[in-house]
Write a protein that binds this ligand. Structure first.
Ligand code: ADP
Length: 236
């Protein structure tokens, strides 16, 4: 079945001016992100992966080119509109979790739930990531894997159309990493969220529907994966 386009990037560039030198982090990059797909973005350090993810997530704006979310042109949206887009449509999962240290696991998730009109149940989401017994713990009382599971619950509770993950297993060992990837896979399958995972860890790409390979600020290759591998079978 053909999937609808959720997001369209049309000849996006992002240039950073560093004194006399212009750094071309993204060069005329175009991409259609499809509704409900699981995308893995691969590429060496400095190839533009984070810049691409930040632009998709409304945390940064392109220097030129256009970006559409559905029919809406986000490239000329004001800061207020971009904030609303980030809050309502996007969930983020980062390498180092970015939890608020003086809030418990439950409170971290509750804070996110308050940003949207129809959140999932906080207790239910924490249960689904296997943390029903740790809800009242602070981040410092949780392992890295547990903190990442809280971060995933915090993103998932909003039922985001887009779930953006920047090196989500970068600080975890393989066994815990597989659990984290399995949760992302489940959110993609059961909630229908479009999931974008940025990583330099090539084996993770075998769980993707499509793999984007970045090189020097452009998309060098897009590979369709007819038979994605279940997360628990990925090894690195
Ligand atoms: P990746 O995520 O693949 O490691 P990035 O998107 O972080 O790549 O970076 C792409 C290029 O843009 C790199 O050359 C990086 O140094 C540069 N860059 C990224 N962010 C900034 C910034 N805020 N200011 C200046 N240069 C930046």
């Amino acid at each position: 079945m053909k999937k609808n386009v959720l997001m369209k990037l049309d000849r996006i560039t992002r240039t950073y001016q560093m004194g006399e030198v212009a750094v071309h982090a993204l060069k005329e990059t175009s991409l259609d992100i499809l509704e409900g797909e699981l995308l893995v973005v691969l590429g060496p350090s400095g190839s533009g992966k984070s810049t691409l993810l930040n632009i998709i997530g409304g945390m940064d704006s392109p220097s030129s080119g256009e970006i559409f979310f559905g029919k809406e042109n986000l490239s000329n949206a004001g800061e207020q509109r971009l904030t609303r887009y980030r809050r309502q449509e996007v969930g983020f999962v980062f390498q180092f979790y970015n939890l608020i240290p003086d809030l418990t696991a439950k409170e971290n998730v509750e804070l996110a739930a308050r940003l949207v009109e129809n959140p999932l149940s906080v207790a239910q989401v924490l249960k689904e990531v296997g943390l029903e017994d740790r809800m009242d713990h602070f981040p410092s009382q949780l392992s890295g894997g547990e903190q990442q599971r809280v971060a995933i619950a915090r993103a998932a509770v909003k039922r985001p159309r887009l779930l953006l993950c920047d090196e989500p297993t970068g600080a975890l060992d393989q066994k815990i990493g597989q659990v984290v990837l399995g949760l992302l896979e489940r959110i993609n399958r059961e909630q229908g969220s479009t999931v974008v995972i940025v990583t330099h860890n090539t084996p993770i790409s075998s769980m993707a529907h499509r793999v984007i390979r970045m090189s020097s600020g452009t998309i060098a290759e897009i590979i369709e994966n007819k038979n994605p591998l279940p997360a628990e079978r990925i090894e690195w």
